[in-house]
Design a protein around this ligand. Structure first.
Ligand code: NAD
Length: 324
């Protein structure tokens, strides 16, 4: 039997680098592509090409064969401090849309078999996420569209672009809407980190008996999915006969203050919380897993606390290493 091949775009990023590792464990020959190598570990890819996917010729060069599986994870992205402040909107829309337009066209010209696209829960209408106890993120609630960020609008456009290529050009497309993925080797400092990593860092860095700052009143709710679960859900969707779009997330919703308290419990470090003004996004968001359960028979296996424990330990180690 010949070795299966996979292309992972965004393989230098958080989810991409974990996905490459998993595909290697499964025996794939993997090519990774990114502007940069993974920050926190050696890539597991057989071939890693550094380059800019906004460049069409580069996209054509890296899709030089009919890969069995193509994963498109490359995007200009970050946490609330990056995507909700307005200053990066033009870059986010231009960069990510250009990558998706180029990659799909290059894949079409090489008669690609199957391509996965990572959309985001940020494409859901803001008005369905005003009640922190009862947000609606069912897949069919996407329209009429009203995301609260340009990042979300770009994701919605690109979802449609991928599905249009499937309809008109016969490429099998799989679209997931990820909900807040976290875990070791995710961005944890520098402005692009998201709530779980930012809170782990603040808690690890705080002096005993001190306090941490949290943006907003801390009553905003979210759910968070551990990276290994995300990779599992992604592979199951890719290899299924269901195109999506479908949520890949957890239904274990917590408030942001509650998340901080959970991490303090793991760290065995009780601290105060100062809720300060800052970018927060919608009031409430939770994955709705009915569709993925129905179509793929899949749901995440681990609790939030089980994923937070290794994530906290990893960030604590990064802090100690930086201080040394
Ligand atoms: P990430 O930022 O760690 O990875 C994205 C990678 O894309 C980065 O390594 C970046 O260098 C690369 N990239 C950006 N522009 C590029 C370009 N022009 N050419 C080549 N590479 C380029 O993000 P992630 O958390 O791993 O997310 C992966 C995908 O999943 C993204 O599309 C993101 O929007 C989506 N997503 C992630 C989450 C999450 O919680 N992490 C939630 C929803 C959706």
């Amino acid at each position: 039997m010949s070795t299966k091949t996979a292309l992972v775009c965004g393989a230098g990023g958080f989810i991409g680098s974990h996905l490459v590792r998993r595909l290697k464990q499964e025996g794939f020959w993997v090519r990774g592509v990114d502007l940069k190598f993974p920050e926190f570990s050696e890539t597991a890819a057989d071939d890693f090409v550094i380059g800019d996917l906004r460049d069409f010729d580069f996209c054509r060069a890296v899709i030089d064969r009919r890969f069995d599986e193509v994963y498109q994870l490359a995007a200009d992205m970050g946490g609330a401090g990056y995507i909700f402040i307005g200053e990066n909107d033009a870059d986010i829309m231009h960069n990510s849309a250009t990558i998706n337009l180029n990659l799909l066209e290059a894949a079409r010209r090489r008669a690609a078999r199957r391509i996965f696209y990572s959309s985001s829960a940020c494409m859901y209408p803001a008005h369905n996420q005003e009640d922190p106890d009862n947000p609606n993120c069912a897949e069919e609630s996407a329209y009429p569209a009203a995301p609260d960020s340009e990042y979300g609008w770009e994701k919605l456009f690109s979802e449609r672009l991928f599905l249009a290529y499937q309809r008109n050009h016969g490429i099998a497309v799989r679209v997931a809407r990820y909900h807040n993925i976290f875990g070791p080797e995710g961005t944890w400092t520098g402005g692009k980190e998201k709530a779980p990593a930012a809170l782990c860092r603040k808690i690890a860095a705080a002096p005993a008996g001190g306090a941490i700052e949290i943006w907003g009143d801390g009553q905003q709710t979210r759910s968070f999915l551990y990276i290994d679960e995300c990779v599992e859900g992604t592979l199951r969707l890719m290899r299924s006969d269901f195109s999506g779009p479908v949520n890949i997330g957890s239904q274990e919703m917590v408030s942001i203050n509650g998340l901080a308290e959970m991490i303090m419990g793991i760290a065995e470090k009780p601290l105060g919380i100062n809720n300060i003004p800052g970018p927060t996004g919608v009031r409430g968001r939770n994955s709705d897993n009915r569709l993925i359960r129905e179509k793929l028979g899949w749901a995440p296996q681990r609790s939030l606390a089980e994923g937070l424990a290794p994530t906290y330990r990893w960030i604590e180690r990064q802090l100690l290493r930086n201080a040394a």
